[in-house]
Design a protein around this ligand. Structure first.
Ligand code: C2E
Ligand code: MG
Ligand code: MG
Ligand code: MG
Length: 283
């Protein structure tokens, strides 16, 4: 704890708070150059079928190579970029780069769906549809190979607009996933109302017995609603066994792989590739 001479009021918490504010302002400034210099990279994490153990897709997860801080995780800068509006440019870059990569893999014989996280700002922007379709055309991507991940809070806006956006995306052939399900304002009505394809259950539901019971209920609900259910944050063999036994569709987590840079995930995809499917050996 610091001494400041004439002042005995130096609670660690207020120091931490002002450090955090300085940190945030620093990152906010640095983001301007980062966007200009393209200091970002997409990592990819595989999703695995509970039934066949095949790789069913990969999720693109952004990383920032900060010139002095090193690798900055998205939780440290996405919300800042949201506040400043830079997320629109950044989000467009993510669409561009992940679709380019999907197409490159396809041309190399690895046809794999790619999931892309969409921010609230992006989701509400009037040009989302145009940006998505432009990128699809630019890279010649099959829309069925693209999944967009949105979160529950994005469904809370103007219901007509949300409905229109989701229906337009869905009509393009894109798959829609509800990310971090269970952590937000979970209104079961919109699971039925909106054209969603996939529920991604937050990793908070993997844990003790009570959470497993809740997970079981969510799996049942997904089945009733005809949604594919993906369990996030799978870290242990015991969790894998439980999810397989309880009828989960897909799993994603460190048990299978950390998010990897392109070279690493490409090797991963190739090593689980059989003539007709991308099989996972750990079955
Ligand atoms: P998310 O979309 O829910 O992504 C899953 C996060 O969980 C990732 O963190 C991933 O690395 C982490 N994870 C995966 N498996 C495990 C596991 O077994 N255990 C644990 N403890 N964690 C696991 P990451 O990459 O740091 O991303 C954090 C969040 O940042 C994402 O959560 C997403 O909301 C956001 N994000 C990432 N990339 C983008 C992007 O390109 N655009 C936008 N708008 N948001 C992004
Ligand atoms: Mg996600
Ligand atoms: Mg998630
Ligand atoms: Mg998350």
């Amino acid at each position: 704890s610091r001494q400041c001479g004439y002042c005995f009021f130096d609670k660690q918490m207020s120091i931490n708070m002002s450090e955090n504010i300085k940190d945030r302002l620093g990152l906010e400034n640095d983001l301007v150059t980062a966007v200009k210099n393209n200091e970002f990279e997409l990592y990819y994490q595989p999703k695995i079928s509970c039934i066949t153990q095949a790789v069913t897709g990969v999720e693109a997860l952004i990383r920032w190579h900060h010139p002095t801080r090193g690798l900055v995780p998205p939780d440290d800068f996405i919300s800042i970029a949201e506040d400043t509006g830079q997320i629109l440019q950044l989000g467009n870059w993510v669409l561009d780069e992940s679709m380019r990569q999907q197409r490159e893999w396809h041309k190399a014989g690895l046809t794999i769906p790619v999931s892309i996280n969409i921010s609230a700002h992006q989701f509400n922007a009037d040009d989302l549809m145009m940006n998505v379709s432009e990128m699809l055309v630019k890279h010649g991507c099959d829309p069925a190979m693209i999944e967009l991940e949105i979160t529950e809070s994005m469904l809370l806006g103007n219901a007509d607009k949300v409905n229109q956006t989701l229906h337009q995306l869905s009509a393009m052939g894109i798959k829609l996933a509800l990310d971090d399900f269970g952590t937000g304002y979970s209104n079961l009505a919109y699971l039925q109302k909106y054209p969603l394809d996939i529920l991604k259950i937050d990793r908070a539901f993997l844990g003790d017995q009570t959470r497993s019971m809740l997970m079981g209920t969510i799996l049942d609900m997904g089945r009733v609603l005809g949604l594919k259910v993906v369990a996030e944050g799978v870290e242990t063999k015991a969790q894998v066994n439980w999810l397989v036994e309880n009828g989960c569709d897909q799993m994603q987590g460190f048990y299978y792989s950390q998010p990897l840079p392109v070279a690493g995930i490409t090797d991963y995809l190739i090593s689980y590739c059989t003539p007709d499917a991308l099989k996972h050996k750990a079955a």
